[in-house]
Ligand binder design. Structure first.
Ligand code: FES
Length: 105
């Protein structure tokens, strides 16, 4: 499946071999996408995997749950309406082609 992700330096990457069930964080960090630090390893406790989902895709990605929402408060200064922690978004067929951008950290 496909992901189009713009890294922290503004460089766009097209990832064509994303697997269903992997999180966006796992997919991005396995490919060394700049700006996805993922310090907590995906435990939803660091917010260093913060991304902006393209508005056309944010409904399909869904809203953050309460725990993620609380963690997003840590990055309140750069929060946007489509902010998500990429370790909390799991790839599904519905997200094939998703477009996102790494948030500043
Ligand atoms: S990797 Fe730490 S919150 Fe996502």
């Amino acid at each position: 499946m496909k992901i189009i992700i713009t890294d922290q330096h503004g460089e766009q990457h097209e990832i064509l071999d994303a697997n269903e069930g992997e999180t966006l964080m796992q997919i991005a960090s396995a490919r060394g996408i700049a700006g996805i630090l993922a310090d907590c390893g995906g435990a939803c406790s660091c917010a260093t995997c913060h991304v902006y989902i393209d508005p056309d895709w944010s409904d399909r990605a869904g809203p953050p749950n309460d725990v993620e929402e609380a963690m997003l408060d840590m990055v309140a200064d750069v929060l946007q309406p489509t902010s998500r922690l990429s370790c909390q978004v799991r790839m599904t067929r519905e997200l094939d082609g998703i477009v996102l951008r790494v948030a500043p950290n």
